[in-house]
Each structure stands twice: as C-alpha cells, then as structure tokens.
Write a protein that binds this ligand. Structure first.
Ligand code: NDP
Length: 595
C-alpha cells in the first residue's frame, strides 16, 4: 500500500527547492558571444539569387508540419507549394538534432508520417534520428517538395496586402515574394537555450549545444560510430532531460571522463526497442493500416471507449491503461472530477514507484541510484525511456554531479563548479533544451501583420486565440499547424499535424473549386471556440504543483501567459478528430467567411 501523503510531501519538497523567481528569464539566448553556437554544422550555406515571384501556398517550416501539409496539398492538386526553412534541408528538429543516440520516443509506426504513401517500413519500433531525417527527405522527394523550397532562409516579415489579397513574404536572403496562402509550422522546440549559469562565457575549453553536435570535435557519427576523439577528454554534460538521457550512454562509452550535471532527474522507464520484422510488417500493412494505428494509439491515450487491442503497446499506453483500470474501480455514480484526479494520481504514484525501483535494480552505487530518482508525477516532466542511460552510471569513468535542484553553481575558465568543487573539463555539452514559454515572436523570429497591419503578437498579447488552433481572426488565408486549441495529442504530435493537413487540403480544394480567394474565421466563431475550450476540465499537463520545467512554464503555470500548452478540445483528442472530420466534410466550414 502506497503512502500517498508521504509521496505528495516529498514531491512538494523537491518542487519547492527548484522554483526560481526568474522563471524563463534564467536561461540565456544563443546570441552575442554565443551566436556561433547556432550556426549550421551540417551543411554550408549556398549562395543564391533573391526570389521575387509568386507561390499559391507558402509554408514556413520544413519539419513534419511543412512536409505533411505540402504532401496533402499536392495530393489535392495544389501544385504551387513553397516551403521555407532556416535549415539546409527538410527534417525540422530531425535536421538539427543529430546528437549520438538521438531517437524518437514515440513508436515509429505512428510517429513517422505518411508511411503508406511513401511505402516505407520503419527499421525499428523506435527509429533513430538518421532514419527519421531520411524519411523526411523521402516525403519531400515523393511529393515534389524540393522543387520550390528555400533552405537556409529565415523569414523576416509576413504582411497581408488586403487590396491585392496576398501575403508578402520577406526573408534574410533578400527574397520578397507574394503568396495567396501561408502556413506556419515553426514548431514548439527549436530555439536552443543555454543554462543561466554564472561564468558561462569564461570557459576556455570547447562547448556546444546538443542540437548542433560537433562531430569534428568528438569524432563518431549520428549513425552511432564511437566518439573516438573523446578518448582522452574530460567532458561535462549539463542537463538530464530527454536529450541527455540519449546522449549520456554514448559519451560514457567514449569519453575519458564524463561528468553528468543534474538539476532534476528524469523518470527513465524501460525502452524495449526491437527491429521490425519485414514478414510481420507485410502481414499488417494493408491499405489504411497507418491511420488505424494512429486512431488506436489516440484512443488508448484519450478515448472514451477502449479498443480491443493495443497496437503500439508501450510505456505511453501502459500509463493510460493503469489510469483507466484505477478509474474503473470508482463506482459510476461517484466519478466526480476530484475522484477521477485521485485515481489518476494513484496510478501515477504506482508507475513512478516502479520507475524509482528500477534505478535501484540497475545502478550499483546506492547513493547514485537515489540521486537518479525522479520525485514528481510522471507527466510533470517529459517521461523518458531508455535501456542504457541508468546503466552508464555503472561505468567507472562516469560521475553523476547532482546539484540537489540548485543547478551548476558556476562555470570557470577550466570547468564546472558543483557543491563548491571545481571539476576541470575539456568540453561542456549543453543539453539544456529549447525555449518554450518565451514570446512567440522571439521563437518565430518574425511577426505576422494581418488586416490593418495588426500584429499577431498584439492579437495574442493576452494568450493565443484561434479556432481549431488553425485560424485566427484578422489573419486571412493564414493556417497554423500546432496541437494547441485542437486535438492537443502531445504523445504523438504528428497525428495532430496529419489531421490539420487534411483540413487545409479540404478548405483549399473547396476554394479552388468555387473560385474563392479569401478565407477568414469570423470573430464570433473564434470567440465561441475559445468559450468551448474553457468549458473543459482544464489541461492535463502544466500544473503549477509540478516540479518546474517547460511543461508548466517553469513553475508559473499558463494562466498569466494565456492559453497554455495543455489546452485542447474539452473531450480529448479522439473526440476532436471525430468532430473535425465532420466539420471539414459537410462542406459548410462553419465559422469561416469566404470571398
Ligand atoms: P529539457 O528542457 O527537457 O532539459 C534541459 C535540461 O537542462 C534539464 O535537465 C534542466 O534541468 C537542465 N538545466 C537547465 N538549467 C540548468 C542549470 N542551471 N544547471 C543544471 N542543469 C540545468 O531539454 P531536452 O533537450 O532534453 O528535451 C527537450 C524536449 O525535446 C523533450 O522534452 C522532448 O519533448 C523533446 N525530445 C524528444 C526526444 C525523444 O522523442 N526521444 C529526445 C530528445 C528531446 P531542470 O529539469 O531542473 O530544468
């Protein structure tokens, strides 16, 4: 029997230790002295002429959002599609994150979009980054998306010209072209940040952020070749989030000495990766199979009716099953929100006890094992899954520098300071994550000027406002791709993207067929949608009683910042997908005004 009160007290104590008044302001941007850390280490920037033409549809972001929207528009017969990205190729996060061990935590069968359309069989249950990057390129090749793409190009302004009924796009490569429609898929986690540690700029050794891995310095390759140049090096890695969990086993295997600097431990559950058997794959890959898998996973995560089988069957669905089993124990007439939360909490405590017990089973040194235990509910921070991370701490060259929630105290010319002791190192790897709670304009790198020159940053000054997370009043012919205010299925973001892409394709096909050139959500429809979202039970993620991190805006929650990370359709993702399929299929596109 779990001592719920004791667990809650421990969670609160650990949380309180970590709260910092400065919130997001504690982090440092990769600007000034650190600007070079943002440079593309993978591909040179190729000179080209400025573009001054017209495209029917321009999409900003060449990650999964741009790729899937581009593919669905091409399928719908819209040929003039241009995708722009700051990177040198397609892939988005998978272009930038080539650190050793990078891998997706969501099963490939549902994470990799358009598998049926491209005829690709994933090689493993959880694909590694090089395969995901190659799959991105495959989608682009299959749907002819390279033809009109602009890479190593950052949009600097996006302005609606009401008289001409077009958007004017300007970029840092001197481009200035018009486009009838614009899609925004700039992604939630792509602006790298550095930890706010005093003395960061003083370090004389080598350093880089994990999203710009320096293989020239470390040796090795994204495919997993040993980091041979680190054999005689002392390396510190700062951060123990989902990225570090994947990097540490590789550094531990290759570096002369490795210090893992920890502020908050991640919860690290079993991974159980395995190759996909081609015979098995051939037996299940019947037309429509991937859409069935997507729906099945979403149903396990948020559906009201459980499917008979669990096709993905992993840590994500396991947690969902535990929660549902607990809820089923509550008599039907007693299922109040408080009772539901209590059963959710019970299931979570059980899961976290299992995960904490796993550190004792795996890590030989008791003190290290204790320090690696995560004291918060599993969904307070990004759950991690790995079968070599905890094991790394059994290697004699690998030392956990736990900071008891305080963070690294200082960086000197020679190394890192933890607990008053300086640890000299040759290299610091920043696994310190990406900006989430900062101003959208800062993350996007530009503002969007809609009708009458009104800026999106002004329209969203008190929080995001949209219908379906896609349409914003005052911004005609603009389509946004991201999960919030829609399905908000965080455990499989591509599912949200695929669904949005279907919606765009339907709207644009309708406009093409009817000779329409302008679409905008009405103010009333937008307000009604927000009212509907507000009527829900509130977000699953981002609670202020959680330990701080980007899920809960560094402990401050999302109330002040307006609509938060966790705000979605009140009845969950499965219900949203059913609703939106009806909305886009009935031909009325309720709430949109066309001209
Ligand atoms: P995170 O933001 O999750 O982690 C940043 C780390 O840096 C945290 O451990 C943080 O500690 C630590 N940190 C920050 N400041 C300091 C400091 N002053 N001293 C010491 N440590 C500090 O970034 P990640 O790159 O790990 O992950 C970002 C997201 O990207 C993930 O949550 C996930 O959504 C996605 N991702 C997905 C992967 C997958 O599918 N497998 C793999 C990798 C990333 P603290 O926790 O205390 O703030």
């Amino acid at each position: 029997m779990l001592d719920t009160a004791a667990i809650r007290a421990k969670y609160a104590e650990e949380r309180d230790k970590r709260i910092r008044a400065e919130g997001n302001a504690q982090y440092r941007e990769l600007t000034g002295k650190f600007a070079h850390l943002k440079d593309d280490p993978y591909m040179p920037v190729i000179p080209r002429d400025a573009v001054t033409d017209h495209a029917d549809f321009t999409f900003i972001g060449g990650g999964f959002a741009g790729l899937v929207v581009g593919a669905k528009l091409k399928e719908a017969g819209i040929q003039s599609v241009r995708i722009i990205d700051k990177a040198g190729d397609f892939g988005g996060n998978w272009y930038w994150n080539r650190y050793p061990g990078a891998q997706c935590d969501t099963a490939s069968m549902i994470y990799l979009p358009l598998l049926e359309e491209t005829g690709h069989m994933p090689s493993e249950k959880y694909a590694h980054a090089p395969e995901i990057l190659e799959h991105s390129r495959r989608i682009a090749r299959t749907f002819g998306l390279y033809e009109n793409a602009l890479f190593h190009t950052a949009v600097t302004s996006l302005t609606w010209d009401d008289a001409a009924g077009v958007w004017v796009v300007s970029t840092d490569r001197g481009d200035r072209f018009t486009t009838r429609h614009v899609g925004l898929g700039t992604g939630p986690l792509h602006v790298a940040k550095l930890p706010g540690i005093p003395g960061l700029e003083r370090f004389k050794g080598h350093s880089f952020h994990t999203s710009r891995w320096d293989y020239d310095y470390t040796g090795g390759s994204p495919e997993g070749a040993p980091l041979s140049k680190l054999a005689d090096k002392r390396v510190a890695i700062i951060g123990t989030g989902a990225t570090a969990v994947q990097v540490v086993p590789h550094l531990s295997a290759s570096a002369g000495k490795l210090y893992v600097c920890q502020r908050t431990p991640s919860s690290v559950d079993v991974r159980n990766n395995a190759p996909i058997d081609p015979e098995w794959f051939a037996s299940i890959a019947k037309p429509g199979w991937q859409y069935e898998w997507l729906d099945n996973f979403a149903a396990w995560q948020t559906g009201m009716v459980m499917p008979e089988v669990d096709l993905v069957d992993d840590g994500w669905t396991d947690l969902a099953k535990m929660m549902r089993a607990k809820m089923a124990e509550i008599p039907a007439d007693q299922r109040t929100p408080a009772a539901m939360f209590a059963s959710f909490e019970d299931a979570d405590h059980e899961k976290m006890e299992q995960i904490r017990a796993r550190t004792d089973e795996v890590v030989a040194d008791k003190e290290t094992a204790d320090k690696l235990k995560a004291w918060y509910r599993q969904l307070c921070k990004r759950p991690c899954f790995h079968d070599a991370y905890l094991q790394s701490f059994n290697n004699p060259n690998t030392v956990l520098l736990d900071t008891d929630g305080k963070g690294v105290e200082e960086i000197t010319e020679n190394g890192v300071v933890v607990g008053g002791i300086e640890y000299p190192v040759d290299c610091i790897v920043y696994a310190s994550g990406f900006e989430v709670g900062t101003d959208y304009r800062r993350r996007c790198g530009f503002d969007v000027a809609g009708t009458g020159g009104r800026l999106l940053s002004e329209a969203w000054a008190d929080g995001m406002r949209s219908k379906h997370g896609i349409h914003v009043h005052g911004f005609p012919n603009l389509f946004i791709v991201q999960p919030q205010q829609g399905a908000n299925l965080i455990s499989n973001v591509p599912h949200n993207i695929i669904d949005s892409a279907k919606t765009f394709a339907r709207i644009l096909s309708h406009m093409q067929a009817e000779g329409l050139t302008r679409v905008e959500v009405t103010a009333e429809a937008e307000a009604d949608w927000l009212k509907l979202l507000d009527s829900g039970p509130g977000p699953m993620l981002g609670s202020v009683d959680c330990t701080p991190g980007y899920y809960n805006n560094e402990g401050k929650g999302w109330e002040e910042a307006g609509a938060g990370l966790g705000r979605g359709y009140p009845w969950g993702a499965v219900a949203y997908f059913a609703y939106i399929e009806g909305w886009r299929s009935d031909g009325r596109f309720d709430g949109l005004a066309f001209a």
